[in-house]
Every structure is written in C-alpha cells, then in structure tokens.
Design a protein around this ligand. Structure first.
Ligand SMILES: C[S@@+](CC[C@H](N)C(=O)[O-])C[C@H]1O[C@@H](n2cnc3c(N)ncnc32)[C@H](O)[C@@H]1O
Length: 335
C-alpha cells in the first residue's frame, strides 16, 4: 500500500472508470463489484478514507447453514465473480436463495435483487431495511436476553399473530441463541432448534444492523420461489444460485431451512432455469454439492460454454468430528 496516496493524486486524471475500478480492486484486494460501488459512492477520496470505509463494511446479520463466507476469497481469486463485462452501475445482481447473504454482502452491488422462500428471514431483511431503529430498540429493551426460559418462551411465539417488528427481533434472537445458529422448523412450521450453549452471545449488533439497513436501501427483497428470477433478470445481469444442496449420501443429514424440499426434481428444474438464463445472456453461477448427480445435470452443457469447477469448502455444522474434514463443492458458471 506504500505510495498509494501519491498515486491517487494523479490516477483519476488518466484512467477510465473501468481502469479505476480495477485499480481499487487490486490495491485493496476486494472484488470488482464492491470496488465499483466504492468508486460510485466516494469518488476519488484518499486511500486512508477508502481503507476506513472498507474496514467498516457491513456483514451478514445472521449465521446461516450453507453460508458461503469461507469461499469468498476463492470466488474472487479464481475468477468466479462476474467478468469485467458485467457493469454493476447498469445491471442487476440477483441472489434468489440469499439466506444469510455472504456473497451479497461481499459484493455489495449497487443494484441488487435478493430472495428467499423463508418468510421469517425475508421479514427480517425488510424490517432492517425499513425500520432498523425500532428493531434495535426492541432487541435491546424488551427482554431478549440469553436465558433458557426466555428462549423457550420466545421460540413458542406464534409468528402469524405478532407484528413484523417482533417477528424480526425473534428471528435474530433465535439465530443468536439456538444451537449452532441453526434454522429448522417442524411439520407445522414451528421453529424447533434447542437452546445453544454460548458465552455471552451478542444478540443485537446495532452498529452492523444500521450499516446493513443502509445497503438494503436500493435492494429489492422478495419472498418467492427462486423461479421468479425468470420474470425479472435481463441480459447481462448476474445471477448467483446457492440452493439447498443435494445430499452427498443417503445418510447425510438434511438441513431444513423451511418446509420446502429440494430434491432430484427440484435440482433438475433449477438446472433448466440456469440454462434459460444462460441462453438469455445473463452471467450465471451456481453452487452445489460435489456429487455425480449434480455433475450429470450440467455435463451435457459443457459444449455450450458451461464450466463445472471444484472448490474446497470447510464444514462445521456436522456434530461428529469425523464429518468436519475438508470437502469439495461444485461451482458451475457460464463465463
Ligand atoms: C444454501 S442456503 C443459502 C445460503 C446463502 N448463500 C448464505 O450465504 O447464507 C439455501 C437457501 O435457499 C432457501 N430456499 C429453499 N428453497 C427455496 C426456493 N424454492 N426458492 C427460494 N429459496 C429457497 C432457503 O431458505 C435457504 O435460505
């Protein structure tokens, strides 16, 4: 970074926007979509200021099973983020299975459209977007404390009968206090993860919630099935699919994010959606488990410009130590 300040003085006079974006991306080891946002929002500020902004970047507000946090550096380094021909100032980033949004918060696109089928999660995104100060007030002053009795009481609330504000507070509280931050519901849709053991869990990270609220301002948030993307994505938009994974073995435990299943037929339909967007001229990327079935879904399209990559991923949701080894995931893209 030495000497960067001096370079900054003159680089804006001789570089195009694309070159300046690349310059910021390379200098600060950040992805080009985020670099474009920084350039758009801050223009040519000093490198100290930029460094400060980057160090205060918002982060996901929930822990989410299948979260992509560990893969972000690989995504950037291996070129899995959209190519330079994706223009974040003009085109939209879609994440139809957003969950905790590790990739969304890494990219921080100027124009974004996110979605999840989990209604409690989407209500929470919306409350953070529209009503963050009341949410912070609720979480800090209405008895959301780390205590087993309180946990069981809040867990038993019937969500349809309470306000969106309380639903969002309950969702964040349960995410911070339930076992392993898991989200699982029973057949009637009631959250049923047991109390988790933590030392002093932080239930309300107000500073981060406010930052998240700001970046959601220009983000469209939906609570639909992922196929809505077919009605909305246009040529040159970037779509990232991170669906519930196809199980690696018959005994592999299933993670219920909602009551909706995502098995063979659903994975085939998702592949068809991917191909349709590909034909439309979107940049498309999809994560899934490294299984022969998932590979067989995409292998016939290699001749059409679809590539199947392997990425290494750590897993920590499996309770058995033997399940914690390094495993591979598949990443499919068309660029
Ligand atoms: C693997 S997780 C995504 C994790 C996310 N990338 C992250 O970083 O936290 C899959 C998500 O898909 C959602 N989901 C399941 N079925 C869906 C469907 N048919 N349409 C949209 N979202 C769905 C789940 O609620 C869950 O949040």
């Amino acid at each position: 970074m030495a000497g960067l300040g001096m370079i900054c003085v003159w680089y804006n006079q001789i570089m195009t926007v694309a070159e300046r974006t690349k310059y910021i991306s390379d200098s600060y080891n950040i992805n080009a979509v985020y670099a474009a946002r920084l350039l758009h929002e801050y223009g040519d500020v000093s490198d100290e200021k930029l460094q400060e902004v980057i160090s205060k970047k918002p982060k996901p507000f929930v822990k989410w099973v299948g979260g992509k946090r560990q893969l972000l550096q690989q995504f950037k380094d291996r070129g899995f983020y959209p190519p330079a021909s994706f223009n974040p100032a003009q085109n939209t980033y879609f994440e139809p299975f957003v969950g905790g949004g590790a990739v969304f918060f890494d990219l921080l696109p100027l124009k974004a459209n996110i979605n999840d089928i989990n209604t409690e999660l989407v209500i929470t995104y919306n409350v953070i977007k529209n009503n963050v100060h009341d949410l912070i007030e609720e979480l800090t002053h209405s008895g959301y404390i780390y205590d087993k009795e309180v946990f069981l009481d809040i867990r038993a609330w019937q969500t349809e009968t309470i306000s969106d504000l309380k639903r969002a507070a309950r969702f964040i509280y349960l995410n911070r206090t339930a076992f392993n931050g898991m989200y699982r519901v029973n057949k009637s849709g009631q959250f049923n993860v047991p109390f988790g053991r933590y030392t002093n869990p932080q239930i309300c990270d107000s500073v981060n919630l406010i930052k998240v609220s700001k970046v959601l301002t220009h983000t469209q948030i939906n609570n639909k099935s992922y196929k809505y993307v077919l009605d909305e994505a246009k040529s040159s938009d970037f779509v990232y699919f991170d669906p519930p994974y196809y199980p690696v073995s018959k005994t592999a435990s299933f993670t219920a994010y909602s009551n909706d299943v995502f098995l063979q037929k659903e994975q085939e339909e998702l592949r068809d959606t991917f191909i349709e967007l590909h034909k439309r001229g979107c940049f498309v990327m999809l994560s899934n488990s490294d299984t022969p079935f998932i590979e067989s879904l995409f292998a016939p399209y290699k001749k059409d410009g679809i590539t199947i990559h392997k990425v290494t991923a750590g897993r920590n949701i499996n309770a058995k130590a033997s399940g914690r080894g390094k495993i591979y995931e598949i990443l499919v893209n068309n660029f």
